[in-house]
Design a binder for this molecule. Structure first.
Ligand SMILES: Nc1ncnc2c1ncn2[C@@H]1O[C@H](COP(=O)(O)OP(=O)(O)O)[C@@H](O)[C@H]1O
Ligand SMILES: [Mg+2]
Length: 225
């Protein structure tokens, strides 16, 4: 499904007299369809950088990120034109970071409904039902469904963030410490949701702050650094 070959990313820090920082070097791994790969390594090893290169938040320096797209055939996300990347993101690829990117003046329910409506092409009623059941399952209190997530606690924001990312069942899901700010019970619920998503066929690559968690949820682990 996805094969990363010798991915290297270097940043040039102009503020430090063009000092070069190698964020990741020669990263290579392969993930089969519906596989779940974990990325492990010390802080600063380049784990987030690898995910950001895959999502194309960062442009890879060198190497290849070969992805068997459902709509674009075999592509290299390291060099694919922006427009095609945006289209693949929209149709196939999800990304969850540790923090919710709050969308101003959009209610929690709408934050979760929006990708279901726009990507799954279902009616608003169907999307509302799915979004409501996800938020309930993630134990967001019902009185918050119509409130703005900007005012939520860190843990609540993160649960809305996860609900939004999984709601439309992306084909490929990238997870960057999605459970770092959650309590034990919430972590368990999120893991169950990820397991179900995988059974539906979603391929995942994830970074988890806890080694036990990483082992329990993934089926192989790639160590960086
Ligand atoms: N946008 C950036 N500009 C400059 N340096 C960066 C940038 N992103 C990441 N880095 C550097 O790359 C290295 C790897 O970072 P990161 O991928 O966040 O590591 P990890 O997620 O494993 O903790 C760090 O030294 C970090 O400071
Ligand atoms: Mg990181």
């Amino acid at each position: 499904m996805i094969t990363v070959e010798n991915l290297t990313k270097t940043f040039t820090l102009h503020i430090l007299g063009d000092k070069k920082i190698e964020a990741c070097r020669d990263v290579s791994f392969r993930v089969p369809p519906a596989g779940f790969l974990g990325l492990a390594g010390p802080s600063g090893a380049g784990k987030s950088t690898v995910l950001k290169c895959m999502y194309r938040t960062y442009l890879a320096g060198s190497g290849a990120i070969r992805y068997q797209s459902a709509t674009h055939g075999m592509v290299d996300l390291a060099t694919l034109p922006d427009q095609a990347v945006i289209d693949i993101r929209h149709r196939e690829m999800g990304y969850v970071s540790q923090f919710l990117k709050v969308i101003p003046r959009v209610s929690a329910l709408n934050v979760v409904m929006e990708p279901i409506v726009s990507r799954n092409g279902v009616t608003r009623a169907v999307a509302r039902k799915r979004a409501t059941s996800l938020l309930e399952r993630l134990r967001i209190p019902a009185h918050l469904f119509d409130a703005y997530p900007a005012t939520f606690s860190g843990g609540e924001q993160q649960r809305v963030n996860i609900a939004r990312a999984v709601s439309w069942q992306p084909r490929l899901l990238l997870l960057d410490e999605p459970t770092a700010s959650l309590d034990q019970d919430s972590v368990g619920i999120v893991l169950d949701i990820l397991k179900e998503l995988r059974q539906e066929g979603t391929t995942m690559i994830g970074i988890f702050h806890d080694a036990m968690l990483l082992q329990s949820v993934t089926d192989s682990v790639y160590h960086i650094g």
